[in-house]
Design a protein. Structure first.
Ligand code: C2E
Ligand code: CA
Ligand code: CA
Ligand code: CA
Length: 276
């Protein structure tokens, strides 16, 4: 079954790329923005498919590049990685997210997902850094989920496994991001201590129409559940996709249909309006 899925995944993998960035930011400017703590974050809601209940948010980095407006993470995360700035950046993003989370009512049990890239995964000291950030903000570890793309994990599986296992031991959630977009072998992923699997938005988009993409999404949900993981679909943009995901027992959904990434103030208002 697994190899059948892989065949499907590789032959049907839709090619979706981010639009080219209009500006290539300079490393010095990025370093400066990090030093001045000028980066910001936005929050995107994640709901439970069965009853649309808000379970958490994903925190996404933003940078207001002087004179050129907000630029997206696809333009500056790779630069941060290459320049050795990603650990510093990730630390700031996590802390800004936790600061917002700490102000939510505790009975909401809201979770927060954060993106974790390769360089953070190969930094053996990172689990303690994350633990200290959460402790300082008074957030229980199970409320923080670290998302790691399947490509990042494969860059150095042994070190990744060490860091991931220690994060999991400390009680943090771990999600395989963009599942199906990289070349991680299912066997290797199954040995890693993930608690959630995030289906790449490319499959989710195609699944709002009929066809092989639906079979792939169904197979990914079954695969995740067989490994005792919850499954999250991202990039949910229309009602057809959400209905299909509900029908096949996908656990969580995220996407423009539910809510776009929003500033701290806007998502708080959004939550109030929806009585979350
Ligand atoms: P990702 O982790 O897959 O995040 C989801 C991206 O899809 C976000 O783009 C989000 O705005 C967008 N998105 C959400 N819902 C929809 C939808 O329904 N349709 C469409 N077309 N797009 C949707 P964003 O914020 O530009 O982030 C891009 C990528 O940059 C992220 O992909 C993540 O890999 C990376 N990233 C973002 N913030 C951070 C960060 O703090 N640290 C690291 N290491 N990476 C980050
Ligand atoms: Ca993510
Ligand atoms: Ca993703
Ligand atoms: Ca993605």
């Amino acid at each position: 079954r697994a190899s059948k899925l892989r065949e499907l995944l590789s032959s049907e993998r839709p090619v979706r790329q981010d639009p080219p960035s209009p500006t290539v930011p300079a490393v010095e400017d990025l370093q400066d923005a990090i030093d001045r703590q000028a980066l910001t974050v936005v929050f995107q809601p994640r709901i439970r498919c069965t009853d649309n209940h808000l379970v958490g948010v994903e925190v996404l980095a933003r940078w207001n590049y002087p004179g050129r407006g907000a630029i997206g993470p696809s333009a500056f995360i790779p630069i941060a990685e290459d320049a050795g700035l990603i650990v510093q950046l990730t630390t700031q993003v996590i802390d800004m997210g936790l600061e917002w989370l700490a102000r939510r009512r505790p009975e909401q049990h809201l979770q927060m997902s954060v993106n974790f890239s390769t360089a953070s995964l190969t930094d053996r000291g990172f689990p303690e850094v994350v633990e200290n950030l959460a402790r300082t903000r008074g957030i229980e570890p199970h409320r923080l989920i670290l998302e790691v793309s399947d490509r990042a994990v494969m860059a150095d599986p042994m070190v990744s496994l060490n860091v991931l296992a220690r994060l999991r031991d400390k009680g943090f959630g771990l999600s395989i991001d963009d599942f199906g977009s990289g070349n991680a072998s299912l066997e290797q992923l199954a040995r890693m201590p993930f608690s959630d699997m995030k289906i790449d938005s490319a499959f989710v988009h195609d699944a709002s129409r009929a066809g092989v993409a639906r079979k792939v999404v169904r197979a990914i949900v079954a695969l995740g559940h067989s490994q005792d993981m919850t499954v999250t679909a991202e990039g949910v943009e229309d009602h057809e996709a959400l209905r299909f995901l509900k029908d096949i027992g996908c656990d969580f959904a995220q996407g423009y249909l539910i809510g776009r990434p929003m500033s701290a103030e806007r998502i708080s208002a959004w939550m109030d309006a929806r009585a979350f």
